[in-house]
Design a protein around this ligand. Structure first.
Ligand code: AMP
Length: 359
């Protein structure tokens, strides 16, 4: 068993080899850690910057054993880690952070909203359904129009359908694969915001300034941060973040997506138990960025300061937009973060830029 705080030279294991894992690995390296990445694909963005790249499925017992053997702590860069893999890692003696409760809550939209409401974090009204008849009843109860989402495995707006009338509910349920769903009331939001927050092994918490987020076709296009926000709105976001972190007995960085309503109230849309795309601005706009913060937290180090040092517009580079790197490189206000992905498929997150202005 590792003793915390982990000293430099220890190994941080990361389940998942995408861009979030890559930027976590880069932050870990800055603090003197080595990184082991477990990823299915050869040549993954994170594996290419890690000391140990282990190839295998996330539920491959031999690959999990290699990861557990080499790592002093194991974390992950995506939330759909099979629960059995986390149990296996624990059985192999690995310390896993964030823990299985955070994963279980974030993997299922019904569990998530139930947890949030029970912990004083408000959401839209919702109802679960696991049959076409129950779906019709759920839409009737919540009121149409309503948004039907699969309980598990939706991301970037995938796995959801608007239902205009209760009579359309059974068809929407079938179109979503006949899997368990939740039906949500529409949030009449004026802005989509997010807050990135962290909790250390000692229970200390740190909350970043709010970001304002703009999506296109369900994919994050840009974030503006720090978002213009009244002290009351900021305080509300911080209160929500701390309640969630404490309710999950969380260790690490969490991303919390919020809807701001006309009357100034915040509702939580969803939580991601990991570093988050809407927190990329912190790399060039905050004292300690979300990636270093996550490594500090899981390694048992004190959390770093989260204050903004600049105003940032973060733009995701999707597909062949990454070919604009020459233009971005010539802009003095632009910081470039490319993920080293070989294949620029349409809509794929290839990199991002942070356009930085003084506060
Ligand atoms: P999600 O996959 O839950 O993050 O949802 C993707 C996007 O759909 C959000 O960023 C919102 O723009 C929109 N959305 C999700 N849930 C609701 C809701 N209950 N009411 C209105 N819009 C929503």
């Amino acid at each position: 068993m590792s003793a915390f705080p982990l000293p430099p030279g220890s190994v941080i294991g990361i389940l998942g080899g995408g861009q979030l894992g890559r930027m976590l690995a880069q932050a870990a390296a800055r603090l003197g850690f080595d990184v082991a990445v477990l990823e299915r694909e050869h040549d993954a963005p994170a594996g290419r910057v890690a000391a140990h790249a282990i190839e295998g499925a996330y539920d491959d017992p031999a690959a999990l054993k290699s990861l557990a053997d080499v790592s002093d702590v194991v974390t992950f860069e995506f939330e759909n880690v099979p629960a059995a893999s986390v149990a296996k890692l624990a059985e192999l003696g690995a310390q896993v952070a964030p823990g299985p409760r955070a994963l279980a809550v974030a993997q299922d939209r019904f569990e998530e909203k139930t947890f949030l409401n029970a912990n004083g974090a408000p959401t839209v009204a919702f109802a679960p359904a696991d049959s076409p008849e129950a779906a019709v009843e759920a839409v009737a109860r919540i009121g149409a129009p309503a948004l039907m989402k699969t309980r598990r495995e939706g991301y970037d707006g995938k796995g959801q359908r608007w239902v205009e009338h209760a009579s359309d509910a059974a068809r929407a349920f079938a179109e979503l694969g006949g899997r368990p769903v939740i039906v949500e009331a529409p949030a009449e939001f004026v802005r989509e915001l997010s807050v990135i927050a962290a909790r250390g092994r000692d229970g200390a918490t740190a909350v970043y300034p709010l970001a304002e987020n703009h999506h296109e076709h369900g994919i994050l296009r840009r974030s503006l941060a720090p978002a213009h926000a009244s002290p009351a709105l900021t305080e509300q976001a911080e209160r929500i973040a701390r309640r969630i972190l404490q309710g999950l007995d969380y260790v690490g960085v969490i991303g919390i997506e919020l809807f701001e309503l006309k009357d100034g109230r915040l509702l939580v849309n969803e939580i991601a138990p990991r570093v988050h795309n809407t927190g990329h601005w912190t790399q060039d706009g905050c004292e300690v960025d979300q990636f270093e913060q996550h490594i500090r937290a899981v390694a048992g180090w004190p959390l770093g300061p989260t204050a903004a040092t600049a105003r940032v517009e973060m733009l995701n580079l999707l597909g062949d937009e990454v070919d604009g790197w020459k233009r971005f490189a010539a802009e003095p206000e632009t910081r470039i973060h490319l993920y080293g992905k070989r294949d620029a498929k349409p809509g794929r997150k290839m990199g991002h830029v942070n356009k930085v202005k003084p506060l």
